[in-house]
Ligand binder design. Structure first.
Ligand SMILES: Cc1cc2nc3c(=O)[nH]c(=O)nc-3n(C[C@H](O)[C@H](O)[C@H](O)COP(=O)(O)OP(=O)(O)OC[C@H]3O[C@@H](n4cnc5c(N)ncnc54)[C@H](O)[C@@H]3O)c2cc1C
Length: 487
C-alpha cells in the first residue's frame, strides 16, 4: 500500500515516522513545497517553542462565574507526556543524538496584575491538587516572585500588586530542529522518501479510486498516485480540501491570523538569569493565541529572548505565500461563514485589524508594561512569526485543531492551529488509528507501539498518579530534562 503525505512539517514528518515504525511494509512518500523539512510553521522562530503542557497558559483553564474548568489543561498535559515518550524513543534509538538540540528545561510561569489575582489563585488551587501540577507554586509576595523571574520585577514599583505561579519542569522546544532530525532519520533508516520543491496544486480521485496528486516540481508538472493520502500542509491544507470533492469540504473555511514577535539575542550567561517562559493574560477581545509571553529560546546553541506574539489580520495561507493563493482557496459558499464570523466575533476582528497597524513603538510599550525596563536592556527587533489558519466550521470560528478522515479512510487532513506541535505525536497516533486501522491489528505493530509509547492512554495518565510519574520520569531522564535547571 502506498501512502502520500503532503507537507514535511512536524505533523507530516511525525505521521511518516510513526507509520513506518509500526508498519515497515508501507511505501511512504512526503511531498514538500519548500527545500527542507520543518521550515514552515514548525521552524524555530515561526512559533514560540513552548512545550505546551498547560503549566502556564491561562486560556487552557477558562473561568466562568468563579467556576474554573481544568479538563482541557489535563488533556493537553497528558498529550504532551505522550509526545515526550515518542521523542525519548527517538533519542533512545539514536535518531536524535543530542536531546539538547531540540528540548531544554525552562521554568513555566504565569504572572498577573491585581484584577486577575483571584483567577490565578483559583487556578493554582484546582491544578495543584492534581498529580500533573503537584509541583506548582503560587505567590503574591513581591520578593518571592522576584526570586523566580527577577527580570519581570526588578524595575516594577513595589506597590504594584502582582501574583505568579511557577513550575520548574517546563520546556522550550525547537520544533524545527526536531522535525529536521526526524526527517533525516525517516529517510536514512526507515525508507521514507521525501521530494522537496514539490508544490501540490490539486488532489482528486482517479477513475480507479486511487488519489491522483498533481504537483509542480521545479517548474515541471508531475503526478503521483496514492492509496492513502494525508494532507498535513498547515494553512495549505484548506485549498487542497476544497478541490478534493469530498462531501465535507464545504463545511470548512480558513480564518488566517498573522503574527510578529520581538526578538533579542542574549549571551549564555544572561540566559541563566532568564531561564523561563512567562505567560500573562490576553487583552479583552484578543484571541487566545495573542496571550503575551516572554520566553527564553535556544536555537543552534544560541540564546534569544522572544516577546509576543502580536496577532494581526493577514489574509495568506502560509508565511511566504501571497494573498492571491488565499483568495483562490475561497468558494462562494465560504462567504456566509466569513460574514457570520465577522459579525459574531466583531471585537476579535477589530482587535486583529488594529494590531496589524501597530508600529514597533507600541510593541515596545507593551513589552515595557509586561516587563518594565526590558525594552532598553537588549537589542530587540521585530520579526514575522508563522501564520495560523483557524477553522471556520459550519460558520463558527474554532480555536483548536481537527483531524478529518474521509468515510472510506483514504483521505486524512489536519486543520487548525492549536495547541499544535507540542501534542503532534499523540494527534498523529490518533490520526493513524483512524486512517490506517489495519496496521494496528498485527502483533508486531502492537509490540512496537508499546515500545514507542509505554502508556498512550490519556485516561490512565490522568487518573493513575503512580503510572504517570513513572512514565514522566523515564521520558524526562532520556530527554535530559529530569534534573532541576542550574540556578
Ligand atoms: C505565532 C505562533 C506561535 C506558536 N507557538 C507554539 C508553541 O509555543 N508551541 C506549540 O506547540 N505550537 C506553537 N505553534 C503551533 C505550531 O507552530 C504548529 O502547530 C506546527 O508547526 C504545525 O505543524 P504542521 O506540520 O501542521 O505545519 P507546518 O510546519 O507549517 O508544515 C506544513 C508544511 O506543508 C508544506 N506545504 C503547504 N502546502 C503545500 C502544498 N500545497 N504542497 C506541498 N507542501 C505544502 C509547507 O511548506 C510546510 O512545510 C505556534 C504557531 C504560531 C503561528
Amino acid at each position: 500500500m502506498n501512502v502520500i503525505i503532503i507537507g514535511a512539517g512536524i505533523m507530516g514528518t511525525t505521521l511518516a515516522t510513526l507509520a513506518k515504525e509500526l508498519a515497515p511494509e508501507l511505501d511512504v512518500t512526503i511531498l514538500e513545497r519548500l527545500d527542507r523539512a520543518g521550515a514552515g510553521n514548525s521552524w524555530v522562530f515561526n512559533n514560540a517553542g513552548t512545550g505546551h503542557e498547560a503549566n502556564c497558559e491561562l486560556n487552557y483553564t477558562p473561568v466562568d462565574e468563579e467556576v474554573i474548568s481544568v479538563e482541557k489543561a489535563l488533556k493537553i498535559h497528558a498529550q504532551f507526556n505522550i509526545a515526550k515518550q515518542f521523542w525519548a524513543h527517538l533519542v533512545e534509538k539514536g535518531a536524535i543524538k543530542d536531546p539538547k538540540s531540540f528540548i531544554n528545561r525552562t521554568k513555566h510561569c504565569t504572572i498577573v496584575s491585581e484584577s486577575s489575582i483571584e483567577e490565578l489563585r483559583l487556578r493554582f488551587k484546582e491544578m495543584s491538587a492534581h498529580h500533573f501540577f503537584e509541583n506548582m507554586q503560587f505567590s503574591e509576595d513581591f520578593d518571592e516572585i522576584k526570586s523566580w523571574i527577577p527580570y519581570l520585577m526588578e524595575e516594577r514599583p513595589r506597590h504594584e500588586k502582582m501574583a505568579a505561579t511557577v513550575i520548574e519542569t517546563g520546556t522550550d522546544v525547537n520544533f524545527g530542529a526536531l522535525t529536521e532530525q526526524m526527517a533525516a532519520h525517516a529517510v536514512q533508516e526507515l525508507g521514507v522518501k521525501i521530494e522537496y520543491g514539490t508544490h501540490v496544486k490539486r488532489v482528486h480521485r482517479s477513475p480507479t479510486g486511487r488519489w491522483l496528486i498533481e504537483a509542480e516540481q521545479n517548474g515541471t508538472e508531475i503526478q503521483h498516485r496514492a492509496d492513502v493520502l494525508f494532507v498535513g500542509a498547515g494553512g495549505g491544507a484548506f485549498p487542497l480540501l476544497k478541490k478534493s470533492h469530498l462531501p465535507f469540504r464545504s463545511r470548512f473555511t480558513g480564518f488566517p491570523v498573522g503574527g510578529r514577535f520581538l526578538q533579542a539575542p542574549i549571551s549564555a550567561e544572561q540566559a541563566e538569569q532568564y531561564r523561563a517562559k512567562t505567560y500573562g493574560k490576553a487583552a479583552v477581545g484578543a484571541p487566545p493565541m495573542s496571550v503575551p509571553h516572554l520566553d527564553l529560546r535556544v536555537a543552534d546553541g544560541q540564546h534569544y529572548l522572544l516577546f509576543g506574539p502580536f496577532a494581526s489580520f493577514k489574509p495568506v495561507l502560509e508565511k511566504g505565500r501571497g494573498f492571491f493563493d488565499y483568495l483562490k482557496s475561497m468558494r462562494l459558499h465560504d462567504i456566509p461563514g466569513l460574514l457570520n464570523v465577522a459579525l459574531e466575533h466583531f471585537p476579535l476582528v477589530k482587535y486583529l485589524v488594529s494590531e496589524t497597524f501597530k508600529g514597533e513603538k507600541s510593541m515596545f510599550e507593551e513589552l515595557e508594561r509586561f516587563a518594565p525596563g526590558m525594552s532598553k536592556k537588549f537589542n530587540w527587533k521585530a520579526i514575522e512569526a508563522g501564520q495560523r489558519v483557524q477553522i471556520i466550521k459550519d460558520g463558527d470560528l474554532q480555536m483548536g485543531t481537527e483531524i478529518l478522515v474521509s468515510s472510506d479512510k483514504t483521505y486524512g487532513t489536519l486543520l487548525g492551529a492549536s495547541p499544535g506541535a507540542s501534542v503532534s505525536p499523540e494527534v498523529m497516533l490518533r490520526c493513524l488509528e483512524q486512517l490506517l486501522p489495519s496496521i494496528f491489528t498485527k502483533d508486531e505493530a502492537q509490540e512496537k507501539r508499546k515500545e514507542i509509547f509505554p502508556e498512550d492512554d490519556l485516561d490512565t495518565l490522568i487518573n493513575n498518579p503512580e503510572r504517570y510519574r513513572a512514565i514522566r520520569d523515564s521520558a524526562n531522564s532520556k530527554l535530559g530534562i529530569g534534573q532541576p535547571a542550574t540556578p
